[in-house]
Design a binder for this molecule. Structure first.
Ligand SMILES: *Cc1c(COP(=O)(O)O)cnc(C)c1O
Length: 364
């Protein structure tokens, strides 16, 4: 592909020496799991988010799994979530024995529709797990007020929204727990797997720190069944370099999104990503809706012209075989047919975007 959906090379080249220096520091220390780099990274995250606890883990999936257990979600409990997200969101719920209950999305935001949550609440509902999809915060005011009314916990899936804000507050610090992924393609991406849990609740944090380390506070004194889910020091050292630049990288994504908006704004068959006054979108993905059944044709044409695009996501999660108990949800089905994510990233150039836009418009 001439134009990949995400080009990380620009960032790596721009910070080559700093990344090398970070890796060398870890090699010299001979501390590969935990240690000073991981500690320093967690401290920097606490400052960045202004929260009491930032617990690094091995992946975003683990952040969700451990986060749910920190909230004492038990087998048989129901957790309300979006059907239009990466599989791991629901998988984490199921893997602890709880049951994902899917609520349809709003087609403008691709996020869970709060007006449809209450009708899905039962005696067994224990939590709501909103996803800030593509970097756009979910409607947290509405979700918070439902959670308060029914005494539910909130765990935010922030895997795609590092740095995004809702009414001036960073996502991940609005609910009880924030779960983040440092998968390489995410807005704060490592050079391998990684993840993080945020919380302000001290007791919850204590459980989280135990769970990530085989259920023990002190080595060999295991108090519960946990996981092996620690961030390695090389990733922490890399992420510390990335964290310094993440605001700049997010600003670049925003600028790139505005450029695309200008190219596409007056076309009948394309709907550009919606933005809201209350929230800042960090454009993990720039996702169009291509109308009139033309999405696949456009995608094929772009591929033939060397432009990589992705369909996030071709099948709503509740339509996958493991979740065949769920009824079809209309907007999630429509989104799956219409969405097209196009190249965006921390260093994408105007020239590249112009080429992409031109090809898209020609393909309609
Ligand atoms: C990436 C992602 C995850 C999982 O993160 P990993 O670090 O890959 O385990 C979970 N939820 C969403 C919405 C994601 O995009």
């Amino acid at each position: 592909m001439d134009i990949p959906i995400l080009d990380l090379r620009g960032d790596i080249e721009a910070n080559w020496n700093e990344y090398n220096e970070a890796i060398r520091r870890v090699l010299s220390s001979c501390q590969f799991i935990g240690g000073p780099e991981v500690q320093a990274f967690e401290e920097e995250l606490k400052k960045y988010f202004n929260v009491r606890h930032a617990i690094s883990v091995n992946s975003g999936t683990d952040a969700l799994t451990i986060g749910l257990r920190m909230l004492e979600i038990k087998p048989g409990d129901e957790v309300i979530t979006s059907p239009f997200t990466f599989f791991a969101t629901a998988e984490a719920i199921s893997n602890i024995g709880a049951v994902p209950v899917f609520v349809d999305i709003n087609l403008d935001s691709f996020n869970i529709d709060p007006t449809k949550i209450e009708q899905k609440i039962t005696k067994r509902t224990k939590a709501i797990l909103p996803v800030h999809l593509f970097g756009l915060p979910a409607q947290m005011d509405e979700i918070l007020s439902i959670a308060r009314k029914y005494n539910l916990k909130i765990i935010e899936d922030c895997a795609q929204a590092f740095g995004a804000e809702y009414k001036g507050k960073k996502v991940g610090t609005i609910g009880d727990i924030g779960a983040f992924s440092f998968f390489p393609s995410k807005n704060l991406g490592a050079f391998g797997d990684g993840g993080m849990i945020l919380t302000n609740a001290d007791n919850c944090a204590e459980v989280g720190k135990m769970l990530k380390s085989h259920g023990s506070r002190k080595r060999y004194y295991h108090e519960m069944l946990g996981y092996n889910s620690r961030l390695d020091a090389i990733q922490a050292a890399i992420l510390r370099v990335k964290l310094k630049n993440v605001e700049k990288a997010n600003a670049h994504r925003k600028l790139a999104a505005q450029r695309y908006n200008n190219y596409f704004k007056n076309l009948n068959e394309i709907i550009i990503p919606k933005e809201y006054e209350k929230s800042s979108h960090v454009f993990h993905q720039y996702t169009l809706r291509i109308l009139n059944g033309k999405r696949d044709k456009v995608r094929k044409n772009l591929a033939e012209n060397g432009v990589q695009t992705m369909v996030y996501y071709p099948i709503p999660i509740n339509k996958l075989p493991v979740y065949n108990y769920s009824e079809p949800l209309k907007n999630a089905m429509i989104a799956a047919q219409e969405v097209l994510s196009i190249p965006i990233g921390p260093t994408i150039s105007e020239e590249t975007q112009k080429k992409v836009a031109k090809k898209i418009i020609e393909s309609l």
